[in-house]
Design a protein around this ligand. Structure first.
Ligand SMILES: Cc1cc2nc3c(=O)[nH]c(=O)nc-3n(C[C@H](O)[C@H](O)[C@H](O)COP(=O)(O)OP(=O)(O)OC[C@H]3O[C@@H](n4cnc5c(N)ncnc54)[C@H](O)[C@@H]3O)c2cc1C
Length: 195
């Protein structure tokens, strides 16, 4: 992502600046239907080149796969995304860099981007926001082992030093139980777990 944004700014290509500061790959972003602040990567996609065990290599046009909140049809394909064609808008290096800086500042203001995190823990139970529910329960700063609910944004966990999967999992369960009890809402993980 960082390399792509650098390349796009050098070429004066605009459209992906909203993802500045996110440690992701283009394939992962397309697979997860990356979205923030009303921008989503899917609306830029022209086509995706995949390898699928069953059907081999092929290009898929954007209109030939489905997207939803943090989901695409690729979840059902069992495939690897190898390349993506994106539609971009012509701009200038300075304008692209300026937009990147604006998005990075916004992200730094709202999220603990300079800490060790794995991004948002829970999907937003729309129209509610997971972080706001956790915050309302006064859980910011709650720590299990070395995993802490961020004081900066309650839908992020910070690794204070050597947080383990168990620390993180217990913190997830603690939040899910409290949110279920207090609001009767089942918070679903955004992050994918391999157990
Ligand atoms: C600090 C931070 C901020 C974040 N902010 C946002 C945000 O604002 N909005 C948002 O939507 N997400 C956000 N995320 C989550 C994450 O960046 C996105 O989900 C991203 O799209 C995942 O990309 P990745 O390359 O890191 O994939 P990974 O996390 O490595 O993988 C995610 C899933 O995609 C699959 N996958 C990865 N690459 C491919 C590929 N090439 N082909 C097929 N499957 C693949 C993996 O198997 C896995 O199931 C954030 C994460 C962090 C750490």
């Amino acid at each position: 992502m960082a390399q792509t944004l650098k390349w796009m700014s050098e070429k004066g290509l605009s459209g992906l600046e909203f993802a500045t500061g996110v440690p992701a790959t283009i394939g992962g972003m397309v697979y997860m239907n990356f979205e923030c602040w009303g921008n989503d990567v899917s609306s830029m996609v022209d086509s995706v080149y995949i390898y699928e065990k069953k059907n081999g290599f092929r290009w898929i046009k954007r209109q030939d796969y489905q997207v939803a909140y943090r989901w695409t049809s690729f979840h059902d394909f069992q495939c690897i995304i190898l390349a993506v064609k994106l539609n971009t808008q012509p701009s200038t290096t300075n304008k692209v860099k300026e937009k990147m800086q604006q998005y990075l500042s916004e992200r730094k203001e709202k999220q603990p981007v300079l800490k060790s995190t794995f991004g948002s823990v829970f999907k937003n139970p729309l129209p509610q926001k997971a972080g706001e529910l956790v915050d309302q329960l006064g859980l910011k700063g709650t720590t299990i082992g070395d995993a802490m609910i961020s004081n900066h944004h309650a839908n992020f966990f910070e690794n204070l030093d050597k947080a383990t999967f168990e620390d993180t999992f217990k913190l997830i369960k603690l939040i899910q139980n409290k949110v279920q009890t207090m609001y009767n809402i089942k918070l679903e993980c955004e992050v994918q777990m391999i157990q």
